[in-house]
Design a protein around this ligand. Structure first.
Ligand SMILES: Nc1ncnc2c1ncn2[C@@H]1O[C@H](COP(=O)(O)OP(=O)(O)OP(=O)(O)O)[C@@H](O)[C@H]1O
Length: 249
């Protein structure tokens, strides 16, 4: 059990249903877990098991119907929409499968954007340091189209880190990458946890990606059905195969 300050994120009895009546889908059905500060957790599960819904509720992008999300000691349920927006901007980092960089801005300008949006003038040396941290100190003036997919994702990671987020949320960050770029991005995420203590939560379908995490949570039908410490890709693949073959009712 994780007590006090060691927990960066707590999910308590989260329920989230979409639709009503016979159309109702229970996307989250009593999810209860704690994420330790400075650790890397992967979330896996069959398609439709609730992974994205879990990430969206945990990151304050969606509200659960019941239950609590406590992020770095803040109960998200007690915040207004404006307060949630500010919390997401100042305390959380997001990385998506599609990179979501702005095509007309250089790498350096993309990384500085979250600070501009927060009304702060980006400090050039901090932005360059963030790009150096992801191995792109020599590409600061390049546009996204002049970078490979793996490099674009590394710019997106630098952009997510520029506000020094409490938690980095990554939704299929390697989903659009070839295996060599995927390895680079996963090694980067791993080293950010090891060197900087960056708390990270990543949704993935890929057992090899999940094997980079300290812990792998498995969802099925909106419930946590597995929780493994540092499993191998093979152990993860076996559990995924059994979940896909025998859906829980
Ligand atoms: N906005 C929505 N309206 C209605 N149903 C939804 C909505 N979002 C998700 N669902 C349903 O909730 C369930 C969980 O969806 P979710 O996207 O969280 O699963 P997932 O594990 O991320 O799936 P995938 O791996 O396919 O991305 C699914 O049955 C899905 O169809």
């Amino acid at each position: 059990m994780i007590l006090g300050d060691d927990a960066v994120l707590r999910l308590e009895q989260l329920h989230r249903t979409y639709g009503t009546g016979s159309e109702a889908v229970r996307a989250l059905d009593g999810v209860d877990t704690v994420f330790a500060r400075g650790t890397f957790t992967a979330v896996m599960g069959p398609s439709g098991s609730g992974k994205s819904t879990l990430l969206q509720c945990a990151a304050g992008l969606d509200r659960p119907d019941s239950g609590r999300v406590v992020l770095d000691g803040v109960d998200l349920g007690g915040l207004t929409e404006t307060q949630l927006t500010v919390l997401r901007r100042d305390r959380l980092g997001f990385v998506f499968q599609a990179f979501n960089l702005i095509g007309s801005l250089t790498a350096e300008q993309n990384v500085g954007l979250p600070l501009r949006l927060a009304g702060r003038r980006p400090d050039g040396s901090a932005v360059r340091a963030a790009l150096e941290q992801v191995g792109l100190g020599h590409r600061t003036g390049h546009l996204p189209a002049q970078l490979s997919g793996g490099q674009q994702q590394r710019v997106a990671i630098a952009r997510a880190l520029i506000t020094r987020p409490k938690v980095l949320f990554a939704d299929e960050p390697t989903g659009a990458l070839d295996s060599s770029s995927s390895r680079d991005v996963l090694a980067l995420l791993r080293s950010l946890v090891d060197r900087e203590g960056q708390s990270t939560v990543m949704v993935t379908h890929d057992p090899v990606a999940a094997a980079h995490a300290d812990r792998v949570l498995f969802l099925a039908d909106g419930r946590i059905v597995g929780d493994l410490a540092a499993p191998s890709a093979q152990q993860i693949a076996e559990l995924m195969t059994s979940l896909e073959a025998e859906p829980t009712a």
